[in-house]
Every structure is written in structure tokens, then in C-alpha cells.
Design a protein around this ligand. Structure first.
Ligand SMILES: Cc1ncc(COP(=O)(O)O)c(C=O)c1O
Length: 353
């Protein structure tokens, strides 16, 4: 740990910060491996089978990152010159460095969202499926569940089913960015396969709240996963003896999935404490999982100043917009750290409310 971080009490910048536990490291060290470009890594094959089955799809493909899994998903559905439609806070639009445009010639349009909530009517109104030789055709709608920049928002299953039905009726595919679908599953009890049934392809990440150091998967039909395998290699993501990484994911699914509920409870605890001193900063009912987005402007803060002040008091967060900051709970944050974060955030927001 660097000197700058030595005094940190609660590092809530992201749930990607988790470090592999000793038991996870041991599972990695002893994993059987082979060359995965040849399709011969038994641990990768087992993980792919496990995740495809969990999500109710035919097959899955291991990828180094969630961004690559998303980019493979949209690449399969959208030809160069076509577009995808999503919401304006979507990770695939805001945080993947324009990859859909750069790598696949895909353009994108988005509808405004509150808290990242899926708006099927808005998506359908934007989509153009009979544009002929004049308008860009929409080939795919992307939905994110849970929604990162929206504040860990869980999409209602009914809305996702509605999206799938209406998108398919117009010849469009649905890609689900399920980097944190595990959180939605644990928070609602909805089976992963019910979410999986709402999309043609789904990306899931092992490297967020589940606590693996690396790894994501794309799931879909066998045909699509064969195509995705070709595109993964083309994108530079063909990996060799990566059973040691897949083993971390298998360990995480077995031992660190249910505990996501603890992250949700701690996040909710702080949301309620903040709302009690400053109801304009957050509505606890809109906090669904492990991500707390606070609106700090009504209390007289800029997001950057707020994050600096919290950081000076040992609570690290992230600026998500001029008025908004984000704090994320994960495996490496316990009750004492949560209590400290609660004290600091309520103090800062009460002081100028
Ligand atoms: C919703 C969502 N999708 C995709 C990703 C991309 O994951 P990665 O950082 O592994 O590329 C993230 C990363 O935080 C995310 O929050």
C-alpha cells in the first residue's frame, strides 16, 4: 500500500478494488490448465459451462474484461454502419472509450434516464427499424442491470421482458450488460436464468463485487459464442493457460456470491443515515444494491470538493458528474469502515445542508 493510501479507512471508489483472498489464491494455484485458444483449458471450460447454465443460455465465453464481453456482444448484433440504442448513463456508452465506434463501426443513440432505470417506451421511440437507405438502422438495444452510474439500480424483470418482446418484434436484439447482475439476483431473489431469458447475449463480471482479480463472460447461443470466439481473438483477447483466472471466478461463485447481501445492507445503512441529515442528497428507496450515488450540490458542494473532503477524512469515493459522487461497497469493506464512512458523509452533508 502506498503512503498516500496508508491512512485510508474505507476505500469505496469501486467494487473492482477487491483483492483475492488467500483461499482464492490457493484455488487459482492448484487449477488444472490448458491452452484456451485451443479450447483445452478444463477450468475455463468448466466456468463457461457453469455460467451458461446459471444464465440459462447455450454457451459462454471467458473474456479478460467486462468491456470486452460487452463489445463482443454488441459486435455480434450490430453491423458496421448500424446503431445501438441505450440510456445516456450506460457503461457501454460512457466508459468503454468509444470502443463500439472505434472497433466495430457502430454508432449509438441514447435516451435520458433517471437513475439508470430502463425506459422501454423511450428506447422504442428512438429505435429506427425501417429507415431504408436514409436513416441509420437500430440493430440492438442495450440494458444495464444493475446500473452502475445510475446508482446500482435494479431493473424490474417485467420491464426487461417487455423490452425483449418489443425489440424482437421489430427485429432488434437485446444485449444485457450484467456486470453486476449477481447483485440484482441476490437483492431480489430473481433467478439468474430469468434475467438471462430477457436478452440474446449477457455479459457478467467476476472482477467486481464477486472479488475475483480478473475475468468476465459473455453468454448466448452456441452459434453466437463461436462467432464471439473469433472476434475475441481478433480483439486480442485469446488467452492461453487462463484456468488460473477462471479458478478465481469459480471460487467466487461458490463462496462469495451470497455475501453480496452484506454489501447491500451496509450501503443501505449509509443511505439512510445520509438521508436523515440531508434528504436532498439521496432517496434510500432508490438505493437498490451496493452503490450509493449522492447529490452533493444542494448542500453547497461541488462533486470534486466533496470527494477531496471525504478523502481527507479517510473515505474514498468517485466523482460521477459535476453534482454527483459515488461510493461502492464490496468484499474489503467491513462494518467498522461502514460506520466510519457513515459518520464522515453525514457530517459533510449536514454541515452545509
Ligand atoms: C456496468 C459495467 N459494465 C461493464 C464494465 C466493464 O468492466 P471492465 O472494467 O472489466 O472492462 C463495468 C466496469 O466497471 C461496469 O460497471
Amino acid at each position: 500500500m502506498s503512503d498516500a493510501l496508508a491512512d485510508v479507512t474505507a476505500d469505496l471508489r469501486s467494487d473492482t478494488l477487491t483483492r483475492p483472498t488467500q483461499a482464492m489464491r490457493e484455488a487459482m494455484a492448484s487449477a488444472p490448465v490448458g491452452d484456451d485458444v485451443y479450447g483445452e483449458d478444463p477450468t475455463v471450460l468448466a466456468l463457461q459451462r457453469q455460467v451458461a447454465d446459471l444464465l440459462g443460455h447455450e454457451d459462454a465465453l471467458f473474456t479478460p474484461t467486462g468491456s470486452m464481453a460487452n463489445q463482443l456482444g454488441v459486435r455480434l448484433h450490430v453491423a458496421p454502419g448500424q446503431e445501438l440504442v441505450t440510456d445516456d448513463l450506460a457503461h457501454v456508452l460512457r466508459a468503454e472509450m468509444g470502443a463500439a465506434a472505434v472497433l466495430s463501426g457502430i454508432s449509438a443513440r441514447s435516451y435520458p434516464t433517471t437513475g439508470g432505470l430502463l425506459d422501454v417506451d423511450a428506447a422504442m421511440a428512438l429505435a429506427v427499424t425501417e429507415g431504408g437507405a436514409y436513416q441509420v438502422g437500430t440493430a440492438c438495444v442495450v440494458v444495464e442491470n444493475t446500473h452502475n452510474f445510475g446508482g446500482g439500480t435494479i431493473q424490474p424483470l417485467e420491464a426487461m421482458q417487455d423490452l425483449q418482446e418489443r425489440a424482437h418484434a421489430r427485429g432488434m436484439a437485446v444485449h444485457l450488460d450484467g456486470a453486476r447482475l449477481w447483485n440484482a439476483h441476490v437483492a431480489t431473489g430473481t433467478p439468474l436464468a430469468d434475467y438471462g431469458a430477457c436478452a440474446d447475449t449477457v455479459s457478467v463480471c467476476l472482477s467486481k463485487g464477486l472479488g475475483a482479480p480478473v475475468g468476465s463472460l459473455l453468454v448466448g447461443s452456441s452459434d453466437r459464442m463461436q462467432q464471439a470466439r473469433v472476434w475475441r481473438k481478433r480483439f486480442g483477447g485469446g488467452m492461453r493457460q487462463v484456468g488460473i483466472l477462471a479458478a478465481a471466478g469459480r471460487y467466487a461463485l461458490e463462496h462469495q456470491l451470497d455475501r453480496l447481501a452484506e454489501d447491500h445492507a451496509r450501503c443501505q445503512q449509509v443511505a439512510q443515515a445520509v438521508a436523515a441529515v440531508n434528504p436532498e442528497a439521496v432517496d434510500p428507496q432508490a438505493v437498490h444494491s451496493n452503490i450509493l450515488v449522492l447529490r452533493v450540490a444542494p448542500a453547497g458542494w461541488s462533486a470534486a470538493d466533496f470527494i477531496e473532503a471525504a478523502g481527507e477524512r479517510g473515505v474514498l469515493g468517485y466523482v460521477t458528474g459535476p453534482e454527483h459522487v459515488r461510493f461502492v461497497w464490496h468484499l474489503d469493506v467491513d462494518d467498522a469502515q461502514t460506520d466510519h464512512a457513515s459518520a464522515v458523509l453525514t457530517e459533510l452533508l449536514a454541515s452545509r445542508a
